[in-house]
Design a protein around this ligand. Sequence first.
Ligand SMILES: [Mg+2]
Length: 180
Amino acid sequence: MKRWLLPRERVERLTQITPSWLRERGLEGLIIDLDNTLVPYGSPPPASAEIAEWRDALARAGIPVCIVSNAKIARTRNWAEELLMPGWGLAGKPLPWGMRRALRAMGLPAAKVAAAGDQLFTDVLGANLVGAYSVLVEPLEPKKGLPHTRWVRALEQRILNSQREGNAPWKHTTIIKLLR
Ligand SMILES: [Mg+2]
């Protein structure tokens, strides 16, 4: 059975996903989350020099990048314009429509695309549902967030720990254990 909630790979920073990183994995495109993945939650443009250089390197290599975010439409559009890439807000991840739209825009099959984000229940699950190469990025600001977000983070950590311990996170017995 497919491990819907588990990432194919984990990285500490989004900027570790470089043209050579993608090429080594047979990937040709990249879908990215916005808040806490690309930039700190709620922060406005302009982009840092590090992000701008990272974006330029991907562009020079001819790798299409799209933002697919659950953030507001205007906020996502501002960042997409800043980074000269397509972007869609209110994507409703983990529902697949936003990611599918990005795949169509890139003209690539999901199997050739990495989809990176900081949350299991939206970014990783959404990537796995469309068949993209899911990448979990360490959240830029792990300690910030609403009580609800902190609870979700704790649950995510348990799921990731269970992966390490070899439990199957999709089994309902494991899920009950995780929720305790
Ligand atoms: Mg995020």
